[in-house]
Design a binder for this molecule. Structure first.
Ligand code: G3P
Length: 230
């Protein structure tokens, strides 16, 4: 499963991109509205940092308006994927944009039926919001499982993108169920790092090594003998 970062913050993208694990990013009007500066410049900057698909969302309600906005957003950068909220107008806009080879991320998908329709309209990604399902006591695991199980047999190329990720367990569930992508907020990425035994183990290795100063010296010398990388 590939990782996208779910944010409108360039600083957060830079932080997680430095880990070497990012394949893309997702923005939405709520996330971008939290940021200062030109939204177009922010999206372009995020595209340059991640070097992969970056979703930017249309806000019109009618297909014609969505297509116009989609073309304009796609023209911002080669990595832009147009995010379209699910609706009948959204399906029509997705068909039109994908016919122009503009990639679409169908968002606000909450059921297998919506995902199946999105795939038929030519969507590259179908974004299922796990956290928002859990918010209304609908079991997001069951919904994601049904979405993946429904799309697979049809041989569709539409990838399942797990979104509205609220905690590390959502990430594991998405991977276990076969989602191709999870878009993760920075807070959850930081939580995914943590395990008490990892921390404890690192400290023990360090203190055991430092208990032998001659070994510390040996490694320092070994490093100093290496040719300096340009
Ligand atoms: O990508 C969608 C995501 O940003 C929504 O997350 O936490 O507002 O449900 P949340």
């Amino acid at each position: 499963m590939r990782f996208f970062i779910d944010t409108g913050s360039v600083a957060e993208v830079e932080e997680i991109a430095a880990w070497g694990i990012l394949s893309g990013a997702t923005t939405n009007p709520t996330l971008l509205a939290k940021e200062d500066g030109d939204p177009g410049e922010i999206v372009r900057r995020i595209c340059d940092i991640v070097g992969g698909p970056v979703s930017a969302e249309v806000v019109s309600d009618d297909a014609a308006g969505m297509v116009e906005e989609g073309r304009a957003l796609a023209a911002l950068h080669e990595h832009v994927v147009v995010k379209v909220p699910f609706s009948s107008e959204g399906l029509a806009a997705t068909r039109a944009l994908s016919a122009e080879e503009i990639r679409v991320n169908m968002t606000l998908v909450f059921s297998a039926n919506q995902a199946l329709l999105s795939a038929q309209a030519g969507a590259t990604f179908a974004s299922c919001f796990m956290g928002r399902l859990d918010d209304i006591s609908v079991d997001s695991t069951a919904v994601v499982e049904e979405i993946v199980a429904s799309l697979r047999p049809g041989g569709t190329t539409t990838e399942v993108l797990a979104a509205s990720i609220r905690h590390p367990e959502h990430v594991v569930t998405a991977a276990r169920l076969g989602c191709e992508v999870a878009t993760v907020p920075v807070k959850v990425f930081r939580q995914m790092l943590n395990h008490p035994l990892t921390e404890k183990g690192r400290e023990l290795f360090k203190s055991d090594w430092e208990s032998r100063p001659e070994f510390v010296e040996w490694l320092r010398e070994l490093v100093s003998k290496q040719p300096t990388s340009a």
